[in-house]
Design a protein around this ligand. Structure first.
Ligand SMILES: [Zn+2]
Length: 136
């Protein structure tokens, strides 16, 4: 599949010391999430404390990269001009197999056939010099 995102110069993620392991893993083609050592729940987005029990004992663990579709929308007018070149595109919220939800681009050819609960897998997509986790 041709990567229509490869030549996009889009604003990348804001990488902080807390989120850097996630983005480094994406660049390596690995999907990791934070996991709480105290309450055993998974956490996304990356943060310093567990949102379930307020523990600071979060560790990075390999995640499945599998998800189910929760909702989606077709974007015709991009929120940032850099994305306008590839409109229309689909963004959605997926529920990761581990529990947390993530907003992401959906790599689909026929958006009119999407259904809530559709199984999806992570794909690592290069947008200029940034690697992003999309689902399809
Ligand atoms: Zn916890």
């Amino acid at each position: 599949m041709m990567n229509k995102y490869a030549d996009l110069t889009v604003p990348g993620p804001t990488i902080t010391p807390i989120s850097k392991p996630f983005w480094d893993a994406i660049e390596q083609g690995e999907f990791i999430l934070q996991h709480c050592k105290d309450c055993q729940k998974w956490v996304f987005y990356p943060r310093s404390h567990c949102p379930h029990c307020w523990s600071n004992q979060l560790e990075w663990k390999q995640a499945s990269g599998k998800a189910q579709l929760k909702t989606w929308s077709t974007v015709h007018r991009a929120g940032h001009p850099a994305w306008q070149a590839i409109t229309p595109y689909i963004v959605g919220v997926v529920e990761l197999e581990e529990g947390p939800s993530m907003m992401t681009h959906l790599l689909v050819d026929a958006p009119n056939q999407l259904k809530i609960g559709d199984p999806l897998n992570v794909h690592y997509v290069q947008c200029n010099d940034t690697w992003l986790p999309f689902f399809g």
